[in-house]
Design a protein around this ligand. Structure first.
Ligand SMILES: C[S@@+](CC[C@H](N)C(=O)[O-])C[C@H]1O[C@@H](n2cnc3c(N)ncnc32)[C@H](O)[C@@H]1O
Length: 271
């Protein structure tokens, strides 16, 4: 079954502000896969579960037409309002009912999104809309993350992990797809020609304020905030205080880096 989260306007605004594009290394991995598979035409790419468009734009330089789709009107509205090149457009629709003809799409991707879909129904759509030899890349950051600043990486990562553990009781069951590094996603992809890569590393530069904004964009934190507003706000304030103390700084504008490991399932439809 699909999970309906991320749809409120406030949550979409956090997304727009604090989420990031797939890291360079993942982009390179995907494009070299497409080249290896000799995707003949780079005409149409679809980014399913595009959110506010961060995962969509990098495709515009390689494909003639790029369509970002998302079930959330609020997310798509944020995406439409952000600057985007003329070959990129956005649509509100469920991943399980893609409004594309059979055999019409060259490349389908989803970043940090496929685990929220009704997987069997989505996979049927992937198989239906991809052209013969068309490719799919289903990727996400894993739970394996480190907060890096000078020599306090260990302490900052511990503070981040405590934030995650405290929010985790509000995590949706779908998080298990990330916990197993997309093995279940790999198993669900109905193609013979497929592979799973779990050691793609990337770093995202944040300020401390940006990092706290990113934490607030987690669906489990948003659920926590709705259920126990005071406890959730106090966790965030406490996390902020502890991060600044551990770093020995007072400014929320101090730069930090979030280092993340990503997993990706790549597949090619039989020709
Ligand atoms: C974690 S966000 C990732 C957004 C974006 N890809 C990014 O990289 O920031 C997951 C997105 O999937 C969307 N989503 C969840 N279930 C969906 C479904 N069944 N069909 C289409 N989109 C869905 C949510 O609305 C949300 O925008």
């Amino acid at each position: 079954m699909a999970a309906r989260l991320f749809e409120g306007k406030d949550h979409a605004a956090f997304y727009k502000k604090y989420r990031f594009s797939p890291p360079q290394k993942l982009q390179e991995t995907i494009f070299s896969y497409l080249e290896k598979k000799k995707v003949s035409a780079f005409q149409l790419a679809v980014d399913v579960g595009c959110g506010s468009g961060q995962s969509t734009l990098w495709l515009a330089k390689r494909f003639e037409k790029v369509v970002g789709t998302d079930i959330s009107e609020a997310q798509v509205e944020e995406a439409k309002q952000a600057a985007h090149p003329p070959n990129v457009s956005y649509l509100v629709c469920p991943a399980e009912e893609l409004p594309f003809e059979d055999n019409s799409v060259d490349f389908i991707m989803a970043f940090a999104a496929v685990h929220w879909f009704d997987l069997p129904r989505f996979m049927k759509e992937v198989e239906r809309v991809l052209k013969p030899s068309g490719c799919v890349a289903l990727s996400s950051n894993t739970l394996d993350m480190q907060v890096h600043y000078k020599d306090c990486t260990e302490k900052l990562t511990e503070i981040y992990n405590e934030f995650r553990v405290r929010s985790f009781k509000y995590a949706n069951d779908k998080v298990r797809f990330i916990e197993d590094d997309y093995k279940m996603v790999f198993d669900a992809l109905p193609f013979q020609d497929k592979q799973r890569i779990t050691d793609i590393f990337g770093a995202v530069p944040f300020t401390v304020a940006g990092l706290l904004g990113y934490f607030q964009s987690f669906s489990m934190y948003q659920t926590f905030l709705k259920a126990e507003p005071e406890a959730a706000k106090s966790l965030l304030q406490n996390t902020e205080k502890r991060l600044l103390e551990a770093m020995g700084v007072s400014s929320l504008e101090t730069p930090v880096e979030m280092r993340m490991r990503h997993a990706s399932v790549l597949g090619c439809k039989n020709s």
